[in-house]
Ligand binder design. Structure first.
Ligand SMILES: [Mg+2]
Length: 203
């Protein structure tokens, strides 16, 4: 436990160092919504609009069979490359620039690191991915322990509940990555795109 801990109520004025900030993958680094909507349309014949996804547990807000939703998420978990999962606009440029200054940390609730490690290497390149740390927590509600173990102060996530839980922790400042499913569900500092993260990190 550090001697002095600060939780920021708003985004800091000074640049955040790469080793002080971590990122969730799905919905932050990876455009999981685009992939979900595309697979639902092309392979299952369901039309989903981004604004229809009003909650993180999508089976509660989409008119789609639970099994189909489970199958699509299963594909995105097991084979992100084969599913055509893309990085969010601007993520590659910002993470590449950050990785030149220090290690970049990803903490995902996904259970298996291997498919995502291959995805990172392919989408971000070997040089960049070698300077990244990928941690799979296996649970949406246990990220604080990993954030602390990595010595991070800031964490960017798209799940409102995760961010609210992190805000209650000493010394961790969550930053919400704006998505339709977290709007109106928190009052925390927010970024809308990777250009804002880039500015925040001064890279
Ligand atoms: Mg996420």
């Amino acid at each position: 436990m550090p001697l002095h801990t600060v939780t920021y109520a708003s985004l800091p004025e000074m640049a955040i160092a790469p080793e002080a900030i971590g990122f969730d993958i799905d919905g932050v680094v990876a455009d999981t919504m685009e992939a979900f909507i595309r697979l639902a349309r092309d392979d299952y014949g369901h039309t989903v609009r981004p604004e229809d996804i009003t909650c993180f547990e999508v089976e509660q807000c989409l008119d789609m069979p639970r099994e189909t939703i489970g199958e699509i998420f299963g594909r995105l978990l097991d084979d992100p490359l084969g599913s055509g999962l893309r990085p969010m606009a601007g993520a590659v440029e910002t993470i590449t620039a950050m990785s030149r200054r220090g290690p970049v940390t990803f903490i995902t609730a996904r259970p298996e690191p291997a498919p995502l490690a291959r995805w990172l290497e392919t989408r971000f390149g070997r040089e960049v991915s070698r300077r990244c740390r990928l941690i799979t927590s296996g649970d949406h509600d246990n990220k604080a322990d990993f954030i602390r173990a990595c010595g991070l102060e800031f964490f960017v996530d798209d799940r409102a509940r995760t961010c609210r839980m992190l805000a209650a922790e000493d010394g961790i400042s969550p930053i919400v990555f704006d998505q339709p499913w977290n709007r109106g569900r928190h009052q925390l500092p927010t970024v809308r795109h990777w250009g804002e993260i880039r500015a925040l990190c001064g890279v």
